[in-house]
Ligand binder design. Sequence first.
Ligand code: PLP
Length: 387
Amino acid sequence: MRTDFLPFSRPTIEDAEINEVVDSLRSGWITTGPKVKRFEEEFRSYVGAPYAVPLSSATAGLHLTLLALKIREGDEIITTPMTFASTVSICVLCGAKPVLVDIEPGTLNIDAAKIRAKITERTRAVIPVHFAGQSCDMDPIFALAKEFGLAIIEDAAHAAGTEYKGQRIGSLDSVSIFSFHPNKNITTGEGGMVCTPDEALAEEISLLKFHGMNREAWKRFAASGTPNYDIMLPGFKYNMMDIQAAIGIHQLPRLDGFIDRRTAIAEFYNRELADTAELALPAYAPYEQRHAWHLYTPLVRIEHLTIDRDTFMAELKKENIGTGLHYKAIHHHEYYRNTLNIAPGELPNADYASDRILSLPLFPLMTMDDARDVVEGVKNVIAKFRK
Ligand SMILES: *Cc1c(COP(=O)(O)O)cnc(C)c1O
């Protein structure tokens, strides 16, 4: 058994990031400024989006996107139960009702074929979440959006570097929202980016992100600027700082290498755990795509064991293997259990995954020996608790 604890995730921070942050700190300008502008431009260009707006988080991006799309009281937004709480919480905070559609059993992405049945005259938008870094099947979702005049808001928190049928997530005709939380494929500490081809929408989000101010502060205080400004509308305080972008501009050039490394580890797990009947391994979608492998999420087939998933995770911890939980389904959380009125059995695939899923360690700094330890730990726990 390994002697030190292996966390489920850990960011890759090198001297380049550290030196760039120190440079910001010493420069006299630490909040939104030239480094944010550079990160915005480089990220926009990497994903192939016409416009990008850097923000303090993906949650802020979801919030401003719904506000800019004029989502309001009584509107319905279709999304997946297999996501982080903020995807649906922001809908509720804007007065809209999240409508959950079941997932596909293999990819755990929203089942596009089940969306139509949930569309009503109140439906305004669909929020597909590219689960674990694998693209949702976007063609049928775009077709429905066109037929019913719905907005598509991609929750791309897992999907920096993901591709769907040769197109990078971020470059489609929609709004996509990326996260740079430390667990994500690249980080800025905390941070997010909204990408879209819609210039007016990007402009509205840009205004809303910083007090509704018509010019950014660093331009006003630059030698060429003037200190005066106008408030165009009441706005939020959701801007990204240069200290954050300083990290991001050195992460982004390494993103493809990070994904290669994540893919090698995920494929190692796929090979080494293929014959383990007590696990259902993550499935590849049948269409052409690039999986960014943000998470490796097998389902523990608890029917074959004497313990439940939470105990399985506790036992793995005793083996010094950390795990994550992505996710307990939205409608299994206290607030949403009480407010969404999901009938028992309405979302069977999400229910099934919710009770069985766990995230095994997956990050670029892991060694193949670490990955071997994970496989050994998983097999030890299974051998101990097999029925
Ligand atoms: C991380 C995450 C978010 C929120 O991102 P933040 O940058 O932490 O606000 C939203 N949706 C999903 C699916 C996520 O994984």
